[in-house]
Design a protein around this ligand. Sequence first.
Ligand code: SAH
Ligand code: SF4
Length: 563
Amino acid sequence: MNSRPLILYFGSFNPVHTGHIAVAEAALRHFDGQADLWFMLSARNPFKAEADMWPDERRWALLNEALAGRAGMRACDMELHLPRPSYTVHTLEQVRAQEGTARPLYLLMGEDNLEKFTAWRSFETILDWCRVLVYPRATPESGAPDRAVGGTEAVPRLPESLAAYAHRFILLRGALLPQNSTYIRQGAARPQSLIGHTPADWAKCLQWRGAQAEALREAAREVKLATVGSQVYLRGLIEYSNICRKNCYYCGIRSGNPSVSRYAVTEAEVLTAVENAYRAGFGSIVLQSGERQDAAFIDTIERLLRQIARLSEGRLGVTLSLGEQTRETYERWRAAGATRYLLRIETSNPALYAQLHPEDHRFDDRIKALEALKAADYMVGSGVMIGLPGQTEADLAGDLAFFRDFGIDMVGMGPYIEHRDTPLYARRHEIPTLAERYELSLNMLALLRLIMPTLNMAATTAMASLHPQGREAALRIAANVIMPNITPGRYRENYFLYENKLCICGSEQDAKDNIEALVRSAGCELRYFEKGDPKHYYDRVANPAPVAPSDNKSDGVDHFKTL
Ligand code: SAH
Ligand code: SF4
């Protein structure tokens, strides 16, 4: 006959969090650890619209992970197998049948449940079979109330209707329940249980909103802090030229847009901007431009790279974002001092890519260019636009798999924002709302941080253009790079890739001050004079993994061994 006390903690655990564990620990302490405690997972009500409620299997998996190795605690799925609707008294009947009627039972519940307790089905039977351990709803200011009323046990404040049963209630002292359901810290649940292993799982995660999205983003923040830390690196972005030979259907500065006044920043102006940025503490700069492959352009960039290396004695990191080039060009620029390159894949779905570009902009060429960058030993950056017409969650999940399978070191991804002078504008009715694109983008960032913990990720300007706190939110949950615009002011209005592009004008010093406040408000720390190379690059070159770049279908299981 088992006479060890059994504490039953009913809940939906959506998801289980530190507060639940703290309460459970307090309950076990009440028995000096000489008791068992079961987390009784309640079933999702199939007849009720519970948009925020995860499926039973996911909550079950998270609960089991959270409880693994915790003495005295285990998860119980009994309620998932009982007829619906499930009443506590029926579950208790089942427990008594299984454990024997002599086993002392305790129900663990929050003080706020007491008011309506007499409305529970057969509450008198419940109180006959169990005593109730009550944990106080503590406010952060008050801490745990302590209302001992003599003797060894404290009783909670009971409603009149329960006065006759006071002896059946015990107040737990010292149990604190945080007010919100933030995702459990201290590694209680590991990311793969949360997001699954496959792109199909990730596609579902992308749809999460509310409490689920909060849990996802909180998990990403945890992983970010544990891997790349709270440091944020500064890159000064110089939009070197809007002259472009390409005609991407989404882009405001495409060659087919006659209303753009074309420019190239002079070499002297580039060097002044670079020097000011270097003095202000920027650890690196990015040269971005429309795509050109003519010799004059290639030479100018090469010359600029050498001058930048000279003026900073090689201490300034230089990233290029100048589109598709030959391997030879990439090598020349690499030799002249560029170490990183950003070339977005835009979408990893070749069919969607074809819809977004003229026929001669080939997906395969983009892949080849990315491979050439890798072969030329760049730290390779890529990215996608989020919320494109015709793009599905499965496409976006495929993008995440692409980054992983290709071994991308740095990612800049953000919402697609329409521009009226582009062919894609005609499909503006097909795209998600601004708010939806924002939510989707945050979920993408969070998922990628969980899938590839050590890469560098930018909080993009497009995020800020969608939401005033877009970049802060990105930094808080996943991003660790910020790229303030340091293009000489007179050129900025001619580099509108999309409409309503955020455009803060001012000096490099102003840009730095604004960014410093922004980074601080995201709970991060801005690093000066540091290149901030992606850790992922060094891991990649130390352990080259032969992966087919165009295969986005791997199951992702191995990756999590690194977490
Ligand atoms: N010409 C280079 C670099 C400049 S364009 C290149 O194409 O690589 C840089 C990025 O701007 C593109 O990769 C694209 O992802 C992004 N972009 C262009 N138009 C956009 C739009 N309408 N909304 C959001 N991002 C856009
Ligand atoms: Fe040119 Fe880049 Fe715009 Fe395409 S996205 S049109 S390559 S600037």
